[in-house]
Design a binder for this molecule. Structure first.
Ligand SMILES: [Zn+2]
Length: 327
């Protein structure tokens, strides 16, 4: 009796460690490795990366880490690029300095629908170092914002490399989001938007939302039926997706999804953060230790399960139509 009890405990422990979510509509279940999640997050948010401000040696270290991971996973390069880098120069609107930086982009070509693209993105830049008098920690590590999202794209690349994809997947770590969605806007200029059937952007997925555990929210929920498709696919998994509850913050237009949504792509941002009460948002205290690895792993897994039918070419979300700007 005692032995069986011990064995049961071990088995239960093993299952719960893997952050498993079962999709009752299918027999297969997805596993996101939380050890890898922790490694990506702690590396990208380490002091060595110096807050990953675009144009600095710190963000260059982050770029190299993402490239190394893309290479390890066997991703191919995007479009006519000869490496994972899409490098360009721009002027920082606030400081007027010229900055050269790169989006880091890797591709998993689709099997049966390779002309149809789903982009999975997060920004890898953050605010850098801002020395303030009397404040000891001047490195803005940006663990939640948005090392957590980049962790998500790396984990999803690893997952889909394993399970396969019918539509082509483009994994993009964008630069200079914090300077005004610069990297994603640059990327958007070069694309044929009609080929992009969906955009999955991850922003700040490391804290438990106000809706409670095993939930996330999606920006621009009502702007296409992307969110409804995700909700349908998550039925029975124990994980729930809600519309963005912070309408007044206009979050749909404040992250990289907007750069593609402006072109009509149903491109939305997943987040878990209670942003209205988050004391670490855009502070030096946004450190890896403040985040919950399980929340990140479970959210990445929910994104994998939730977007599966889109990536398999079975569901195609409606296009985003933006209202005309008022004069
Ligand atoms: Zn962000």
């Amino acid at each position: 009796m005692k032995k069986i009890g011990m064995l049961l405990l071990v088995i239960i422990g093993m299952i719960s460690c893997k952050n498993e979510i079962r999709n009752t509509t299918e027999t297969s279940s997805v596993i996101i490795d939380s050890t890898q999640v922790r490694k990506h997050l702690y590396t990208l948010a380490s002091d060595e990366m110096q807050g990953r401000r675009s144009g600095t040696v710190g963000i260059e270290r982050a770029a190299q880490y993402i490239e190394t991971e893309f290479k390890r996973l066997g991703l191919t390069t995007y479009d006519t690029l000869s490496s994972y880098r899409q490098t360009f120069t721009f002027k920082n609107r606030r400081t007027q300095e010229e900055i050269t930086s790169s989006n880091i982009i890797g591709v998993l070509e689709g099997k049966s629908k390779k002309e149809e693209v789903v982009i999975i993105s997060a920004h890898y830049d953050h605010l850098g170092i801002r020395a303030k008098e009397g404040v000891l920690d001047s490195i803005y590590n940006g663990a939640n914002d948005d090392a957590s999202g980049v962790t998500g794209i790396l984990a999803l690349a690893e997952h889909f490399k394993k399970v396969g994809n019918e539509r082509t997947l483009v994994f993009a770590a964008f630069t200079a989001e914090e300077m005004g969605l610069i990297g994603s806007t640059h990327f958007g200029k070069g694309i044929e938007a009609s080929k992009f059937v969906a955009g999955i952007n991850l922003e700040m997925i490391g804290k438990t939302p106000s809706f409670g555990p095993n939930t996330a929210w999606l920006t621009g929920f009502e702007r296409s039926d992307f969110g409804k498709i995700i909700q349908k696919n998550l039925v029975g998994t124990g994980y729930q997706l809600f519309p963005d509850p912070y309408k007044k913050f206009n979050l749909f237009f404040r992250s990289d999804n907007a750069s593609l949504a402006r072109l009509g792509v149903p491109s939305h941002t997943f987040s878990t953060t209670p942003i209205d009460v988050d004391e670490d948002y855009h502070q030096a205290s946004d450190e890896a230790e403040t985040l919950n690895i399980s929340v990140i792993a479970q959210t990445i897994q929910a994104v994998a399960v939730g977007t599966q039918s889109i990536i398999a070419g079975e569901d195609t979300p409606t296009r985003v139509v933006l209202e005309e700007r008022k004069k």
